[in-house]
Design a protein around this ligand. Structure first.
Ligand SMILES: [Zn+2]
Length: 172
């Protein structure tokens, strides 16, 4: 799954397991028409809207309005994105994966400057701003998807698979 598949699943509320559409179930949940698995999309969708705004360089306030949440929540997510991305970009300096078009030297330069800043949050912000500035919006979204959301989605899918296998075994 990549960022556009992820975005599509959230927008159309598709089942993470088999990509089938879901229908409204109880307590704000959605149920897959095919495998009957239930999913909630609202938390992830809000986080993804905030991530999109983050990638566009929107303020916390503007992001909060778009994601229909409060500024405090938007700020908490922005901080989380910054931390994850800072770690990701620092890793790239040591081990450039070649997946994205950031000049490792440019990142290394940004790291060196960032390390001189004593306050952690400011350091992360500078590093992330410089690195994101090197990327197109599409690549920013792909990067934030990979660093912040991908593992979570894989865990959702794995847990659903395991639950399905367990149910089958119980029926034997
Ligand atoms: Zn399904």
């Amino acid at each position: 799954m990549n960022s556009s598949d992820f975005d599509r699943h959230l927008r159309l509320e598709l089942c993470w397991l088999d990509n089938f559409p879901t229908a409204a179930s109880h307590a704000g949940q959605r149920q897959c028409r095919h495998c009957r698995r239930k999913w909630s999309y609202s938390v992830l969708r809000r986080q993804w809207l905030l991530a999109e705004e983050f990638c566009k360089g929107s303020t916390r306030r503007a992001a909060a309005v778009r994601a229909n949440t409060d500024e405090h929540t938007a700020g908490r997510q922005y901080k989380r994105f910054q931390e994850r991305l800072a770690v990701h970009f620092l890793e790239m300096v040591r081990k450039p994966d070649g997946g994205f078009k950031i000049d490792p030297l440019h990142v290394a330069e940004a790291c060196k400057t960032a390390m001189k800043i004593s306050e952690k949050q400011k350091r992360f912000r500078l590093l992330v701003d410089v690195c994101l500035g090197e990327l197109t919006i599409e690549n920013r979204l792909e990067t934030i998807y990979r660093t912040v959301f991908h593992d979570h989605v894989q865990t959702l899918i794995r847990n659903a698979h395991q639950a399905r296998i367990k149910r089958r075994l119980e029926l034997l």
